[in-house]
Design a protein around this ligand. Structure first.
Ligand SMILES: Cc1cc2nc3c(=O)[nH]c(=O)nc-3n(C[C@H](O)[C@H](O)[C@H](O)COP(=O)(O)OP(=O)(O)OC[C@H]3O[C@@H](n4cnc5c(N)ncnc54)[C@H](O)[C@@H]3O)c2cc1C
Length: 461
């Protein structure tokens, strides 16, 4: 050891020791970084988990009509109200529970395990998001006519934005027009994938009200009762998830023609030109809820994956003893855990700092959550072989459901690009084009910085 290196070894611990003592003094003892759930709310979550598993999962196996579902749900909804869990997404003055996104997220993780469960709790999409924007932007008359009956579960709604003839991933390209007519409006256009459109009592329609405005203030949103003349719900589009032709059922994706639909001034929701602003308010929390619901589905698939591994025997051992299957289990658990923490963190950020502060986190979980959902279901299906592919298990249906998650509410590519843009805003290109971490350049700078020391070492050698 040269004297120079001995000197360094002596110096470094003392400096580090000094610094860490300083740090200890300046860091508060407790930080607001807490992963625990309030015991009273945990009790509610436990109740919800049992309730959904025992009362709602069995319904999934039956081919029920909408009327039958509604009848079965009445006593369940009464229990939910009694527990103070009805319409939890809205503030108490609107008849909700004012839970905030974090509590709602934990709740949606449980409700997401079954497509029917949110109906028992009065917070099914798209009614929940629609009620949020009417609560936020609606007049008293609109609240009386639409919001309160919606909250009560007496009527249903849909959100009609996507069009077959323009890219839904870029709503500045919308074509449906709302033209001023006296003090009212006339709507013309064609929409599709309006979820629940064929069972809805009213639609929230996004249309271009000022084509000459800048892209974002071009559109407005309107509340349109489905029995308005000129509004024609042509069909529910058969999809990968529901390939059979059917009409007027839950989660039908309606194609709708608006042909000279005349609306009074009371149809406008919020300000003219505020369509984007209003729909974004609806989409951001909606994405958190989607991601938590996906985690509920992923966990259900994960449980099936683990259970099957313990009973299926092949090539001299149980599947649970194969390293590949162990990797699937570990990778799935890690992905679920990561997605869950990211989603809850985004929810916490929304609750503490507001929607705009959480935008990047929400984009991150949107595409990451969709991938986790897909991967876990895919492994669960794989381990079940033919059984997984058959309709004797819910996995094939989950798989079809999961596919759409990669592009609705913004395609993965758009969210990735948005995250990358936001991240890149915090970086600068080096003025000389040399990477900041370039070792020869840094070595040169370090030689200059420590010249006194290096010169001393050379002198002593
Ligand atoms: C189950 C389900 C429910 C839905 N519910 C509703 C609803 O209730 N109301 C409603 O209005 N709509 C609804 N939609 C429609 C949904 O919001 C749109 O499908 C979505 O916005 C994408 O629009 P698009 O289908 O027109 O695809 P496009 O905009 O044509 O995009 C197609 C593909 O192009 C690529 N792409 C697009 N932009 C970029 C980019 N910037 N960079 C790289 N690649 C890009 C992506 O791969 C994308 O998947 C629903 C859809 C589904 C599947």
């Amino acid at each position: 050891m040269t004297e120079a290196t001995a000197y360094l070894r002596f110096m470094v611990p003392a400096e580090v020791g000094q610094r860490s003592a300083l740090n200890r003094a300046s860091v508060p003892r407790r930080m607001a970084w807490d992963f625990s759930t309030d015991p009273e709310f945990q009790e509610q979550l436990d109740w919800m988990a049992t309730f959904v598993r025992e009362e709602i999962w069995p319904m999934e196996t039956l081919d029920l009509s909408l009327a039958q579902v509604k009848e079965l749900f009445l006593p369940l909804q009464a229990q939910v109200r009694e527990r103070g869990l009805w319409a939890a997404h809205l503030d108490p003055e609107l008849g909700g529970q004012g839970f905030g996104q974090l509590k709602l997220g934990l709740m949606h993780e449980i409700l997401g395990t079954s497509p029917l469960a949110p109906f028992a709790f009065g917070n099914q999409a798209p009614d929940s998001g629609n009620s949020e924007i009417i609560a936020m932007a609606g007049t008293q008359e609109q609240k009386d006519r639409y919001l309160y009956p919606l909250l009560n579960g007496d009527i249903h709604s849909a959100f009609s934005m996507t069009e077959p003839d323009s890219a839904g991933s870029d709503p500045t390209l919308l074509k449906t027009r709302a033209v001023k007519d006296g003090d009212g409006w006339v709507l013309n256009g064609r929409k599709w994938f309006t979820t629940n459109g064929s069972m809805a009592d009213f639609l929230i329609v996004m249309a271009v009200s000022d084509p000459d405005a800048r892209p974002h203030p071009r559109a407005s949103v309107f509340i349109v009762p489905t029995d308005t003349p000129g509004l024609d719900i042509i069909r529910d589009v058969p999809t990968m998830e529901h390939p059979e032709e059917r009409f007027g059922f839950l989660a039908g994706h309606s194609e709708i023609v608006y042909n000279d639909v005349r609306l009074g001034p009371e149809a406008l929701l919020g300000a003219e030109g505020a369509g984007f602003l209003i729909s974004q308010q609806r989409l951001y929390p909606g994405r958190i809820h989607h991601c938590m619901r996906w985690l509920g589905v992923a966990q259900r698939a994960f449980d099936m994956l683990c259970e099957r591994s313990l009973v299926r025997y092949s090539h001299g051992s149980l599947l649970s003893e194969k390293e590949t299957v162990q990797n699937w289990i570990a990778d799935s658990a890690a992905q679920i855990q990561a997605a869950r923490l990211m989603t809850l963190h985004a929810a916490w950020k929304m609750d503490t700092e507001g929607v705009m502060a959480a935008r990047r986190d929400i984009s991150l979980i949107k595409f990451f959550g969709a991938t986790v959902l897909h991967d876990v279901i895919d492994r669960a299906l794989q381990i079940h072989g033919s059984l997984g592919y058959s309709t004797d298990l819910p996995l094939e249906q989950m798989y079809r459901y999961a596919r759409a998650a990669r592009f609705y509410d913004g395609p993965d590519e758009v969210h990735r690009a948005s995250v990358a843009r936001q991240i890149l805003r915090t970086y600068e290109a080096p003025s000389d084009g040399v990477p900041t971490e370039h070792i020869p350049t840094r070595r040169e700078a370090a030689r200059e910085k420590f010249a006194w020391l290096l010169d001393q070492a050379t002198a002593n050698d």
